[in-house]
Design a protein around this ligand. Structure first.
Ligand SMILES: O=C(O)CCC(=O)C(=O)O
Length: 287
C-alpha cells in the first residue's frame, strides 16, 4: 500500500468500525485527498455538460434552484474511473467491511445549485439494485463544505431493522415498479423515536453508510453549490439478488443469476482491494 492509502487505513479505528455496523453511518475526516476531489470535480463538470443516459433533473421546472442526479459516470468519464479504481474508497471499504476483497459498483452524483428547494427523499439504496449481502457500503463525498442544512441525513440503526422499503423516483414521487413485497417508507421526520444523524463536513471528509440504512437530504438553502458523489463498494458476501421490474442502477455487462458472487466478474465490478498497486509494488515505488 502506498503512504496515502496506509494513512487512510490507519485513520479508521476499531471504534469507527463498531460505529459503522451499529449505527449504519460514520463520518471520516480528511481521508479524501485533494487530487481525488479535483478529478471528481472535473468529472462532474463533464457530466453536467454531457450527462450519461441516466442523468435526470429532479427539480420541477418552476421549483427554485436546480437538483440534478446521474450515475454510472465511470462508464463514460475516465476521471470517475480513475477515482473508482485507485482512490481511497476501496481501502475505506476493505477496513470497515472487514472484507478480503472489495469490488467497485458505481457512483451517483447529487448536485444541488444554491437555493434548491427539492430534497432527496428518505430512502434506502439497497432495494434499488440487484445486490444482496451485508458487506456493502457507500462512501458519500461532498466537494463543497456541507452544513446541517445540506449534509446527508441518516436514520441511526435502520440498516438493522430487517425492513426493506419500496424505492421511489425523487422527481415524480412514484414508486419503482415491482416492489409490492416491500413496505412503504414512513416519514422519519414525523417519528419522534427516529434518531437522525447529521454530520457537517469539510472537503476531504466523507460519510460512509450502509445502503440499507434510511437516509435523505434537504435541498440547498445555502448560497454555494452543493456537489456530492456517492461511491459504492461490494465486499466478500455480495451476490446477485432479485428485485422488481425497475432497477437503478441496472447491472450491465454480464448475465448474473440470483446467488452469483458479484466480485468474481471483474469486468463488471473492478477489483479495488487488495489494491492492484500493492500486488505489483508500483505504488510503493511512486510514494
Ligand atoms: O446527497 C444527496 O442529496 C442524497 C444522497 C443519497 O441519497 C445517496 O447517496 O444515496
Amino acid at each position: 500500500m502506498n503512504r496515502e492509502m496506509q494513512a487512510v487505513w490507519d485513520a479508521i479505528t476499531e471504534q469507527d468500525i463498531d460505529a459503522f455496523w451499529r449505527d449504519g453511518a460514520i463520518a471520516l475526516r480528511g481521508v479524501i485527498g485533494a487530487q481525488w476531489r479535483e478529478l471528481i470535480a472535473q468529472g462532474i463538470d463533464k457530466t453536467v455538460a454531457k450527462p450519461t443516459p441516466y442523468g435526470r433533473v429532479q427539480s420541477k421546472p418552476d421549483d427554485p434552484g436546480w437538483f440534478f442526479t446521474d450515475y454510472y459516470m465511470w462508464h463514460q468519464y475516465e476521471e470517475f474511473e480513475t477515482v473508482a479504481r485507485n482512490g481511497p474508497g476501496g481501502t475505506i471499504a476493505a477496513k470497515l467491511l472487514r472484507s478480503k476483497q472489495v469490488n467497485y459498483f458505481y457512483e451517483g452524483l447529487f448536485l444541488k445549485e444554491p437555493g434548491t428547494a427539492r430534497a432527496s427523499d428518505w430512502h434506502q439504496d439497497q432495494p434499488y439494485y440487484n445486490v444482496d449481502g451485508r458487506q456493502i457500503c457507500v462512501v458519500w463525498i461532498p466537494l463543497d463544505p456541507v452544513t446541517k442544512e445540506t449534509t446527508l441525513r441518516v436514520v441511526k440503526g435502520t440498516h438493522n431493522m430487517g425492513k426493506w422499503y419500496r424505492p421511489i423516483f425523487f422527481a415524480s414521487d412514484q414508486e419503482l415498479k415491482g416492489y409490492e413485497r416491500f413496505e412503504k417508507i414512513p416519514d422519519f421526520d414525523a417519528d419522534p423515536g427516529a434518531e437522525i444523524m447529521e454530520f457537517p463536513l469539510e472537503p476531504g471528509d466523507c460519510i460512509v453508510f450502509h445502503p440499507l440504512c434510511v437516509h435523505g437530504a434537504r435541498g440547498n438553502p445555502l448560497p454555494i453549490r452543493r456537489r456530492a458523489v456517492q461511491t459504492v463498494f461490494l465486499g466478500d458476501d455480495c451476490v446477485y439478488g432479485e428485485r422488481g421490474v425497475e432497477v437503478e442502477p441496472r447491472i450491465v455487462g454480464h448475465d448474473f443469476k440470483p446467488g452469483d458472487r458479484l466480485g468474481d466478474v471483474e469486468t463488471v465490478f473492478p477489483k479495488v482491494w487488495p489494491r492492484p498497486d500493492t500486488e505489483s509494488g508500483l505504488a510503493e515505488a511512486a510514494a
